[in-house]
Design a protein around this ligand. Structure first.
Ligand code: ARG
Length: 471
């Protein structure tokens, strides 16, 4: 801050300049900083704090600076510490004393709070678009594989058969919640801190409603101390995105497992696999592993910034500058993961036969035998016990339940009739589970219809968002 100051007699040491400076990473906020400055200077004009002519001249110059920045023509300097002061210095160099009027009734504290909010809003929408793109890819699989049967697992032990559609739709629900969670965070954070100034507002008659509106916020923040020191929205979006990464990581983990030799339920395209430098037969799912790995990094960024925030007194403190690298790393990592993950999933091959074959082993229709006996009048607990004995017999004889002869069935209970074979077929076990949310294709079809509706509404919602209006 020394550059603009009359308070200091000595120049800051280079070491300190370097330590304080955030320009090397906050320069990516330049567009949002200029948007905020344009709104502010329009507000100053509207309220006669500056003349309309002054306000227009400053806005024009800011637009030219933006253009130069877009074309990479501007050099930043650590001497001006951060993006806010770099732009102000460029403005003053360009239009002289008039440029010095821009900062009237404003502080870097409300300025940086505003820039980060504008940036965050944009990033939320970008990430929501990736989520929607992934859901669209997944719903295509779900539409195609209603009758592709596979084992469902609990404890990574084969449990009951489901369909690949049903399995995929479980992830669709996770990503739908991620989308909604981000939407909720967006709505909660959508308030403008501009006009909070350093911490105590200003004596200049700013119209905070006006600047809030032209910047696309729902209303101004209600308390100037909170306005400059609130970073809840960053904590919240980082939490949302950590959950996103947990979902991508769990999905990656399953992709890794399912394309391993012993499962072989899916195959990744060559473009998303790597070989080994020594083992010629290898086709490794490196991309999925790296995405799983990056979940740790995102959760780490989130945890770090939570720790930074927890002891900070009101209002602004320089610790808060630490929000940027953590948050930038989170959004960059999440976007990079989606770019790869969406394509990887889109091009994966589903091995229908392998999945079906896997259903035949592991006694995954045992529950259905117990249900059959229950329907015929046996209590569930007795039926459960008897089926357990049948499984044990099958293991001993190396026989699937479907391969028992009628005589073998009747040795266990006289309640078994010929229809048992149909009732424990994989198709029957899946297709008859049609309660809401179940794996039967009838339920799955209804779920897909519901997702189609969600997709239509969300795409409309994303299209209607325009953050750069002011530019
Ligand atoms: N570079 C600072 C940050 O990112 C901007 C706000 C600085 N304000 C201050 N009073 N030092 O947080």
């Amino acid at each position: 801050m020394q550059y603009f100051s009359g308070r200091f007699k000595e120049k800051a040491d280079d070491l300190i300049l370097d330590f304080h400076s955030s320009i090397n990473f906050d320069k990516r906020l330049y567009r949002y900083d200029i948007m905020g400055s344009i709104a502010h200077v329009r507000g100053l004009g509207k309220q006669n704090i500056l003349t309309m002519e002054e306000s227009k001249k400053i806005e024009e110059a800011l637009r030219e600076i933006l253009e130069d920045m877009d074309h990479g023509k501007v050099k930043f300097s650590i001497e001006y510490e951060d993006i806010h002061m770099n732009i102000e210095k460029i403005l003053i160099d360009k239009i002289g004393n008039l440029g010095k009027k821009l900062h009237t009734g404003r502080s870097r504290n409300d300025q940086v709070a505003l820039d980060m909010k504008l940036f965050t809003k944009d990033e939320i929408k970008k990430i929501q678009s990736y989520i929607i793109e992934l859901i669209e890819i997944l719903i295509d699989f779900a539409r195609k594989h209603k009758h592709t049967y596979m084992p469902g697992f609990t404890h990574l032990q084969k449990a009951q058969p489901v369909s690949f559609s049903h399995y995929i739709l479980a992830y669709v629900e996770m990503f739908r919640r991620d989308y909604e969670r981000l939407e909720n965070s967006f709505n909660l954070m959508n308030t403008s801190p501009l006009g909070s100034a350093a911490l105590a507002g200003t004596t200049h008659p700013l119209d905070r409603n006006y600047t809030s509106e032209i910047l696309g916020f729902s209303h101004p923040t209600w308390n100037s101390m909170d306005g400059v020191s609130d970073r809840d929205y960053l904590l919240e979006v980082m939490s949302d995105l950590s959950i996103v990464m947990v979902h991508l990581s769990r999905f990656s983990e399953e992709i890794i497992t399912y394309c391993s030799n012993d499962y072989g339920y899916i195959e990744l395209s060559d473009a998303f696999s790597t070989g080994s430098s020594i083992m010629p037969q290898k086709k490794n799912p490196d991309a999925a592993e790296l995405i799983r790995g990056k979940s740790g990094r995102v959760i780490g960024d989130m945890t770090g910034f939570f720790t930074t925030m927890k002891g900070i007194p009101l209002a602004y403190n320089k610790d808060m500058q630490e929000d940027k690298e953590a948050f930038f790393d989170v959004v960059d990592s999440v976007k990079a993961c989606f770019t790869v993950f969406n394509e990887m999933v889109k091009t994966m091959i589903v091995k229908k036969e392998k999945m079906y074959e896997a259903c035949k082993h592991g006694y995954i229709n045992a529950t259905d035998i117990a249900d059959y006996l229950t329907e015929k009048g046996m209590s569930f607990r007795d039926a459960y016990k008897l089926t357990g004995a049948m499984v044990s017999y099958g293991i001993e004889k190396k026989k699937a339940l479907d391969d028992f002869s009628m005589e073998e069935f009747n040795n266990f209970s006289g309640l078994f009739n010929e229809d048992i074979y149909e009732k424990i077929s994989i198709e029957y076990c899946v297709e008859k589970r049609i309660t809401l949310g179940g794996p039967g294709s009838e339920s799955v079809g209804k779920h897909i219809e519901n997702i189609d509706k969600f997709l239509k509404e969300s795409i409309e919602n994303l299209k209607s968002y325009k953050i750069n209006d002011i530019l």
